[in-house]
Design a protein around this ligand. Structure first.
Ligand code: FES
Length: 85
């Protein structure tokens, strides 16, 4: 498990092993765009402010991975990710 913090509100949510970041944020009432939900389309691309992502998508180019994350599939290597949301 890891947590995501939303940079704009400061809200923090725990992401359990069986839920995606997208699912956790939607359950908290956030309205977020998505399409494939399998890491290929790029719709759920979100800016990563801090933390190290465990990228599981096929959409981001290598040079984009330090500062972007596909929240439908990707997870965290660090204990917390800070998202530009
Ligand atoms: Fe398609 Fe996340 S919804 S990559």
């Amino acid at each position: 498990p890891f947590s995501v913090r939303l940079a704009n509100s400061g809200e923090t949510y725990a992401v359990p092993a069986d839920k995606s970041i997208l699912e956790v944020l939607r359950a908290a009432g956030k309205v977020l765009p998505s399409s494939c939900e399998s890491g290929t389309c790029g719709t759920c691309r979100t800016k990563l402010v801090a933390g190290e992502a465990d990228h599981r998508d096929l959409a981001l180019a290598e040079h984009e991975r330090a500062r972007n994350i596909m929240i439908c599939v990707s997870r965290a290597k660090s204990r917390e990710l800070v998202l530009d949301l």
